[in-house]
Design a protein around this ligand. Structure first.
Ligand SMILES: [Zn+2]
Length: 124
């Protein structure tokens, strides 16, 4: 997992942009576009997208495929971060939830991201 010590991290928005690197990497790895009739181009109005197993992740990926600019409004960045947290918190099918003390990359990222969201809940 990349450490959060890049030059971007001096500002709040730069910090969120850096935080979003990890879910982008995970979601890109998890979502399987082999059978996608749109080749991964999420369409809100498409019935198949609405019913798709990867719909939520694919939708996120399409909004966040490119690293956001630190000039993006803070509320947009927080929204993307919240959606990524929700996605990574919901366990995949058939997988037991991770224990509280779990030290895997995803759990470490979630702790960092959720801690950040808690401290910034009222500033957005
Ligand atoms: Zn874990």
């Amino acid at each position: 997992m990349p450490t959060l010590t890049g030059q971007n991290t001096r500002t709040v928005t730069g910090y969120i942009v850096t935080l979003l690197d990890y879910p982008r990497w995970i979601i890109e790895r998890e979502v399987d576009f082999t059978n996608c009739h749109l080749s991964g181009g999420f369409d809100v109005d498409d019935n198949q997208c609405a019913a798709c197993l990867f719909g939520e992740a694919c939708c996120w990926l399409n909004m966040n495929r490119i690293a956001p600019s630190p000039n993006m409004p803070l509320d947009k960045l927080l929204q993307a971060l919240n959606a990524a947290v929700d996605y990574l918190r919901s366990p995949s099918d058939g997988e037991p939830p991770h224990p509280d003390y779990c030290e895997c990359d995803t759990c470490n990222w979630l702790r960092e991201a959720m801690g950040f969201l808690r401290t910034h809940r009222h500033s957005a």
